[in-house]
Design a binder for this molecule. Structure first.
Ligand SMILES: Nc1ncnc2c1ncn2[C@@H]1O[C@H](COP(=O)(O)OP(=O)(O)O)[C@@H](O)[C@H]1O
Ligand SMILES: [Mg+2]
Length: 148
């Protein structure tokens, strides 16, 4: 586990960028925290590390948005609006081994989360200050946390 403090949205984007550089296709990043804590801001940084030029914003009306730059693919999933999660919903449909998957509000589907992932938890420490905690589930994810 590792904790970082950011003092602006830009710093959170930079942290996402650092993480993005360490990710490989097929990896899953779960972002936990309340609204406006910086989950999407952090995802923007991951996208920048992958060379994605398109603006990354919350996929409000779809569950998932896909961004591509050359070989790099980013699947940005936001389960905030997912209601009545039932057996018809399968997160695996949105997680692809050819790209990096970032999931906001993952614990809406806590029973069907993958076995290995990087968990990033966001908390507010005041207006622009955020506490961002990284924990790994799985060996390769542990090395990501170690290098941060
Ligand atoms: N340290 C910080 N890190 C991230 N966002 C911050 C920070 N300080 C202020 N903000 C603001 O908080 C909001 C975060 O929004 P967003 O990334 O969409 O959150 P979420 O996806 O968690 O709902 C933005 O308006 C951003 O400018
Ligand atoms: Mg968001």
């Amino acid at each position: 586990m590792k904790t970082k403090i950011t003092n602006s949205a830009l710093e959170t984007t930079h942290l996402g960028f650092q993480v993005g550089l360490l990710l490989k296709p097929g990896m899953v990043v779960l972002l936990e925290g309340d609204l406006a804590m910086g989950k999407t801001t952090f995802t923007k940084g991951i996208g920048q590390a992958l060379g994605i030029k398109r603006t990354i914003n919350s996929p409000t009306y779809t569950i998932m948005k896909r961004y591509v730059h050359d070989e790099n693919k980013l699947y940005h999933v936001d389960l905030y609006r997912l209601e009545d999660v039932n057996s018809d919903f399968d997160l695996e449909d949105y997680i692809n081994s050819d790209g990096i998957s970032v999931v906001e509000w993952p614990f809406k589907v806590k029973d069907i989360l993958p076995k290995q992932y990087l968990l990033v938890q966001f908390e507010s420490l005041g207006s622009d200050m955020r506490k961002i905690t990284f924990s790994a589930q799985g060996e390769y994810y542990e090395s990501v946390v170690k290098y941060l």
